[in-house]
Design a protein around this ligand. Structure first.
Ligand SMILES: C[S@@+](CC[C@H](N)C(=O)[O-])C[C@H]1O[C@@H](n2cnc3c(N)ncnc32)[C@H](O)[C@@H]1O
Ligand code: SF4
Length: 449
């Protein structure tokens, strides 16, 4: 099975957006961004999600592939970043129809829990002044557990946070030391119990397989400990080694790294272990408790996918994003702020456009985006005649995978991924993508496995 799957270990987008973010066009002007944001008010879904990017971390992990930087020693820099973010909110929030309900707020990074919480609270207060939050709105934060003790967790709960994600990566202290990361301050099981007592739900743990120096035995032990801790969700990421982009990863090359064959073996074994422990395989790298909202959405065909990974259609609205590198995900367009926090602050202070990219979608691109999303979330795809016409050669390419046992054709307009196909779902999705045909994907997109 491993050898069979490795045939499809090709470079492909993760399809958290369509078109993929690195292919977005340059933003033209502030007016263009304002126009697409304002237009999005009359599109679907009506509910609103917000994303805030906090790029800072107390310490840089050597393996990190995220848009993150060290917390500035100089407090002025931090004050300037948040003042720029507040100014961005003051400028752009009026573009969003305030009668639309807010169902989701997500703080990502970097490590949003690494900065003084007063900044996060001010962001939430600014939103509450202007918008009405739906009764069960999700307010989520990504945390590094080495910075979380009981007092800090209580403080987050008091501020209104009700969803939390912890980057565990690996439970083995030696592996963490090798990759330059501090372990969780509290035992992970206690951290989860405490989070539940404070009414957090959708509690997630991130794990990584294939980290430099991680042995097979150490990895399976981590999986076992994650199952014992029993969070609501587990994201099991494949270590992405991209030293040509993330220079610090080069220093990890002195440690042994598993081959793609071994890595796939790790993933398949971990997947079995999670399933035996009662978790549902939601898709790609996400596992969750059957009672979790993601598993319920999967069973009801209401799973959704965006830059935050898998999410539910019920709570995920059009996403309006603020801060350096943040990407807004609207029905009609994507827009992205400049990556470097310094540049972001300078542009905002000078009242200039902070966006580097603004991708306005054509009708055809919206059809392709929708088809890719449905396939990745439901593992099957039924298309109308009109959609088939737009997908054209892409639909033919997808159907041709029946010969390779990756999917079954249910009818002329419906396909369903096989068990093997679900394991390489990005490869299936890529068939629908006209941008990925006959182009250089190596060095641009990560491997599917
Ligand atoms: C923004 S961080 C999560 C919050 C916090 N900064 C932390 O590390 O705990 C997002 C996640 O990306 C994953 N990640 C980072 N670098 C990665 C890489 N090179 N390959 C695969 N996953 C990676 C880690 O699992 C990490 O928890
Ligand atoms: S893994 Fe998390 S804590 Fe570590 S550097 Fe990346 S964003 Fe920061």
């Amino acid at each position: 099975m491993i050898d069979f799957l490795l045939k499809y270990n090709t470079n492909a987008p993760r399809y958290t957006s369509y078109p993929p973010a690195n292919l977005f066009h340059a933003a033209e002007s502030k007016e263009q961004v304002e126009r697409v944001w304002r237009e999005s008010n009359s599109l679907k879904p009506r509910n609103v999600s917000f994303y805030f990017h906090v790029p800072y971390c107390k310490k840089r992990c050597l393996f990190c592939g995220c848009t993150a930087e060290l917390l500035p020693g100089n407090q002025d820099e931090l004050v300037r970043y948040f003042n720029a973010l507040f100014a961005e909110m003051d400028e752009k929030l009026p573009w969003i129809d305030a009668s639309r309900p807010v169902t989701q707020v997500h703080f990502g990074g970097g490590t949003p829990s690494a900065v003084p919480y007063a900044y996060l609270e001010k962001i939430l207060n600014k939103l509450r002044e202007r918008f009405t939050f739906a009764p069960h709105a999700e307010i989520a934060i990504e945390c590094n557990p080495s910075l979380i003790d009981e007092g800090r967790l209580r403080e987050l709960a008091r501020m209104g946070f009700n969803r939390i994600s912890y980057g565990i990566q690996d439970f083995d202290p030696q592996v963490l030391k090798n990759v330059g990361r501090d372990p969780s301050l509290l035992p992970v099981k206690d951290l989860i119990t405490l989070s539940r007592e404070l009414n957090f739900t959708g509690i997630n743990l991130d794990l990584i397989y294939g980290l430099p120096s991680q042995t097979e035995a150490a990895f399976y032990k981590s999986v076992e400990l994650a199952c014992e801790a029993h969070p609501d969700r587990i994201a099991l990421f494949s270590y992405a080694h991209v030293p040509w982009i993330k220079k610090a990863q080069k220093t990890l090359e002195r440690f042994p790294m598993p081959t793609p064959h071994e890595k796939l073996g790790y993933f398949l074994e971990a997947r079995d272990m999670f399933k035996k422990a009662g978790f549902v395989d939601v898709g790609m790298d996400h596992f969750c408790d059957p009672k979790d909202s993601l598993a319920v959405a999967l069973s009801e065909g209401l799973l959704h996918r965006n830059f935050q990974g898998y999410c539910t259609r019920a709570t995920t609205g059009e996403v309006y994003a603020f801060g350096s590198s943040a990407i807004s995900q609207l029905d009609n367009a994507y827009s992205q702020n400049v990556h470097e926090s310094k540049k972001y602050v300078e542009l905002q202070e000078a009242h200039q456009m902070t966006e580097i990219r603004c991708e306005v979608l054509s009708e055809e691109e919206r059809v392709i985006r929708d088809a890719i999303e449905r396939l990745m979330c439901n593992r099957k795809l039924k298309v109308s005649d009109a959609e088939k016409k737009v997908l054209s050669a892409g639909w033919e390419r997808l159907c041709a995978l029946e010969k390779e046992n990756l999917l079954v054709k249910k009818s002329d307009s419906e396909v369903e991924a096989t068990e093997l196909g679900t394991l390489v779902i990005r490869y299936l999705a890529m068939q629908l993508d006209p941008l990925m045909q006959n182009v250089q994907r190596e060095g641009v997109f990560s491997k599917t496995i």
